[in-house]
Ligand binder design. Structure first.
Ligand code: PHE
Length: 459
C-alpha cells in the first residue's frame, strides 16, 4: 500500500472476537425479528429454511469476511482493496466496502429508533398498571414523535459513546459486560416461559414444519433474516475480523458465532411464544396467529401482544422490564458493530479522529432515523417505495437488498478472484476436506443461492 494506514490493534482476550461478533449478531433481529417472521411465515417450515440459509450461505460468507478482514487488519473498504490488489485485481473491489458502509448508515438509522423504543418500554412496562391496554400504550409511545425522537437520540448517544472510546476501551470492555448479562437474562426468560407458559405449544409451533405456507417470499425473508442476524454483507463482521489475533482459527470461530446466534434466536422464540400462547389460552395455534396478526405481527408481537401478556401476568411489572432490558442490551452490542466499519475507515485514513468519525457517522444515521421516527406518526401514510413507509423502505434497501448483494459480491470475489494462496495462508492448517467443502459453497452455492433469491423479488 502506498499510504500508511493507522493501525487499530487487536482484541486482547482470546474469546473477545467470539463475544464481540456474537454481540453483533445477536440483536433485535434474533429477539424481535426472528419470532415474528417465524410467526408470519408458518413456524417450523420457516425455521428450517432459515437454518439452511445460515448453514449453507451465511456460514461460508462469515468465514470469508473474517478472512479478508483479518488479512489486512483494516476497515472493510481498505481490506477489500488490499485483498484485490494483492490478487492483481482491480482496486474497484473496494466498492463492496463502500456499499457496506452505506448499508450500515441506513440500518443504524432505523435500528436505533426501534432500540430506543425498547429503552422506553423498560419504563412503560414497569409502570404499567394493567388498566391501560397494551395497544393504547403502544399508540401513546409511538404517536408522539418527540418521545420516539428522544429515545432514538438516547440510544444513538450510547452507541456513539462506546464506539468513540475505541476497540479495547469501548467495544471490548462493553461486550464483556453486556454479553454475560444477555445470557443470564435470556435463560431467566426461557425458564420463566417454561414454568408459566404454554411451552409445548410453542415447541410444536417452532419445530413442526408446515410446508403449505412456503413460497418464494419465505425464502427471501429467511435469507434476509439470515444475513441480518449474522451481521453479514455490510462490513461489521469484516471489521471485527480485522482485530482478530492471527493465531485464532477462523473456521471454528465462525461456527461458534453462527451457532450461538441461532441458539439465541431459538431461545428467544421459546421465551416469547409460550407466553403468547398461554395468553391466548383456549385458542389453537392457528387461531392465536390470527389474533397476533391483528395486532400487527411486526412491532406488534413484542410491543403489543407480549406487552399485553406482561400487563396481565402476576409479576408482569418485573418480568416486562427484564425482557426489555434484554432487548436493549442485545441491541446495543449490535449497534456498536454497525457503526464500527465507517468509523474504522475514517480514522485509519486519518481523515478524522476516532471520536469525530463516530460523531459524524452517527449524526448522519440519527438524521436519517428521523424519517423512521415520523413513519410511526406524522408520515404514517407517506409511502416511499411501493406501499412501504419510510422505515420499511430503509429495511428493504439495506437489509433485503444491500446486505445480500454485499454478501454475494464477497463470495464471488473470494471464490473466483482472490488468489488461492492468500486464502490458504490466512486459513492456516485447515482440514483439506473442510476446505474443499467451503470452497464449493463459496464459489457456487452462495452466489447462485443469493442471486436467485435477489432476482426473484423483481418479479
Ligand atoms: N445482527 C443484528 C441483529 O440481529 C443486526 C445487525 C445487522 C448488526 C447488520 C450488524 C450488522 O439484530
Amino acid at each position: 500500500m502506498e499510504k500508511n494506514l493507522k493501525s487499530h490493534g487487536t482484541w486482547i482476550g482470546k474469546w473477545t472476537f467470539v463475544l464481540a461478533a456474537t454481540g453483533s449478531a445477536v440483536g433485535l433481529g434474533n429477539i424481535w425479528g426472528f419470532p415474528y417472521k417465524a410467526g408470519d411465515e408458518g413456524g417450523g417450515a420457516f425455521v428450517l429454511i432459515y437454518f439452511l440459509c445460515i448453514l449453507l450461505i451465511g456460514l461460508p460468507i462469515m468465514v470469508s469476511e473474517i478472512l479478508i478482514g483479518r488479512r489486512s487488519g483494516t476497515s472493510p473498504i481498505n481490506a477489500m482493496k488490499i485483498a484485490a490488489i494483492d490478487s492483481n485485481r482491480s482496486p474497484a473491489w473496494q466498492l463492496v466496502g463502500w456499499t457496506g458502509i452505506i448499508a450500515g448508515v441506513l440500518i443504524l438509522s432505523f435500528y436505533s429508533v426501534i432500540a430506543g423504543l425498547c429503552l422506553n418500554y423498560i419504563f412503560i412496562s414497569a409502570a404499567s398498571s394493567g388498566v391501560i391496554e397494551a395497544q393504547t400504550q403502544f399508540e401513546n409511545a409511538t404517536q408522539s414523535w418527540q418521545g420516539l425522537l428522544f429515545w432514538h437520540s438516547v440510544f444513538m448517544i450510547l452507541t456513539l459513546l462506546v464506539v468513540s472510546a475505541g476497540i479495547k476501551n469501548g467495544i471490548e470492555r462493553m461486550v464483556k459486560i453486556l454479553m454475560p448479562m444477555l445470557g443470564f437474562l435470556l435463560v431467566f426468560m426461557v425458564m420463566y416461559a417454561m414454568l408459566n407458559g404454554a411451552f409445548n405449544k410453542a415447541l410444536s409451533f417452532l419445530f413442526s414444519p408446515d410446508f403449505s405456507k412456503v413460497n418464494t417470499d419465505t425464502f427471501l425473508s429467511a435469507l434476509g433474516q439470515a444475513f441480518f442476524s449474522l451481521s453479514l454483507g455490510m462490513g461489521s463482521i469484516m471489521a471485527y475480523g480485522a482485530y482478530m489475533p492471527k493465531k485464532q482459527d477462523i473456521g471454528s470461530t465462525s461456527v461458534s458465532v453462527a451457532s450461538l446466534d441461532t441458539l439465541v434466536a431459538i431461545l428467544a422464540g421459546l421465551a416469547i411464544f409460550p407466553i403468547l400462547f398461554s395468553f391466548y389460552d383456549g385458542f389453537s395455534i392457528d387461531e392465536t396467529l390470527v389474533q397476533l396478526k391483528e395486532n400487527g405481527l411486526g412491532p406488534g408481537i413484542v410491543f403489543v401482544s407480549l406487552a399485553s401478556a406482561f400487563n396481565d401476568m402476576q409479576y408482569g411489572q418485573f418480568i416486562g422490564p427484564i425482557f426489555f432490558i434484554l432487548l436493549s442490551v442485545a441491541a446495543l452490542s449490535s449497534s456498536i458493530s454497525i457503526l464500527e466499519p465507517g468509523v474504522a475507515f475514517l480514522s485509519e485514513e486519518r481523515i478524522l479522529s476516532r471520536k469525530k468519525s463516530a460523531i459524524v457517522i452517527s449524526a448522519l444515521s440519527w438524521i436519517i432515523g428521523i424519517g423512521s421516527v415520523l413513519s410511526f406518526n406524522l408520515w404514517s401514510n407517506v409511502k416511499i417505495i411501493g406501499d412501504k413507509n419510510f422505515l420499511d423502505s430503509m429495511d428493504l434497501i439495506a437489509v433485503q437488498n444491500l446486505q445480500p448483494l454485499g454478501g454475494m459480491l464477497i463470495a464471488i470475489f473470494i471464490g473466483w478472484f482472490m488468489k488461492e494462496s492468500l486464502i490458504k495462508d490466512e486459513l492456516g492448517s485447515i482440514n483439506p476436506i473442510v476446505y474443499k467443502i467451503w470452497r464449493f459453497f463459496i464459489k457456487l452455492v452462495a452466489p447462485i443461492g443469493v442471486g436467485c433469491i435477489l432476482i426473484s423479488q423483481l418479479f
